[in-house]
Ligand binder design. Sequence first.
Ligand code: MRU
Length: 354
Amino acid sequence: METPNALDIHPDNAVVWHDDRLFLLDQRVLPQETRFVACHSAAETAKAISDMVVRGAPAIGITAAYGVVLAARAWISSNAAADWRVGIGADIEVLAASRPTAVNLFWALERMRRLISVLEAADPVPALLSEARKIHEEDAAANRAMGDFGAELIQGPTDIITHCNAGALATGGYGTALGVVRSAHAAGKVRMVYADETRPWLQGSRLTAWELAQAGIPVTVQSDNVAASMMARGEIGWVVVGSDRIAANGDVCNKIGTYALAVLARHHGVGFMVAAPTSTIDMSVTSGADIPIEERDPEEVLACGGKRIGPNGVTAHNPVFDVTPAALVDCIVTERGVVRQPDAEKMRALMAGV
Ligand code: MRU
C-alpha cells in the first residue's frame, strides 16, 4: 500500500495515473482509513476491481482502460515485445472477467481494443495512455453536463434520496447522481440528501456520506428500510440514482434496492431520476431481463463490518444489482440530454443523436 505525497485523499482522486502507475483510492476501507492501492499489471488491476478497491460503473471502465496500458507496457518491456498485440488480448479478457454487470467496463475495453487494432507505432504505450486519459476526462466532463441537466429538473429546495454511491468516487470525477445533487445544491435546490446505507457494502453510509460531507452538502444516512416512511411523510421531492447498465428499452440496472425505491417513488408521487452517461447505455440488450446480475459471496451479507453476524450453517443470497422497469423511471439524464419516460424509441433516438 502506498500513498505518494502528490496524491490527495479526495473523492475526485478515486482513480489516478501517477508516476507511470495506477493508483486506486481504496474504497473498501473509506472513510475510516484513507490509503491508495498501487496497480502494476492488468492482473492486479482486475483483482482490484473484483475486490471492490474501486467500484462504480464509470470508475471501473476507466480503471480497466489504464489496466490495458499496464498490460501493454509489460509486453513491450518483455522478451516477446513483438507479439504484444496478440498477447494483450488475454490481458483484456482478464480485465473483462473482473465484474459482469457494469457495461462501462466492456465499453472502455472495446474502445482500447479498437485503438489497438489500428495502432502502428512500435511502442503502443503513449497512444493507449492517451486514450485511457481521454476516457477518464470525457467521463468527468459528461458528469458536469449531466449535473446541469438534472439540476434543472429539480424544483427546490427539496429533500433527495440517493442509493449506493454514484459520486466522484464511482466515476472520473463529480459523479452522476451526486453530480446532479452537487449542481442542484449549488443552485440552492437541496435541503437534505438522505443516503441509503446500502447493505452489504455500505457504499451509502461510508462513501456517499463522506463525499457529500466533504463537499459541504447536507447529508443524513438512513437504513435501507426508511425510504417508504420518508416518502409517506411527503418530505422527499426526488430519488436520484446512477446506473450500471441501461437496456435498449430504458430498463435501468443499478445497485440492489433501487427497484424498490422506484416502486415506492411511483406510489408516493415522488420523482425518480437516473443519471448515467451514454457509456452506460447498452443498446445490445433488448431489456433489463438480459442484463447479467452479479452474485457475490454470501459472506458479504452474513457479516457486517468484518464481524460475522449470521449463524454458522446458514447461507445468504447476494445479488448486488436489480432492474427497474423503464415504466417506473421518470427521466434518464445523460450528457446528451434528458430522456423523459424512457422507452425503446426514445433511447434509439438519444443514441442516434437525434
Ligand atoms: O457494486 P458497486 O459499488 O460497483 O455498485 C455501484 C452502483 O450501483 C452505482 O450506483 C452505479 O455504478 C452508478 S455509479 C456512477
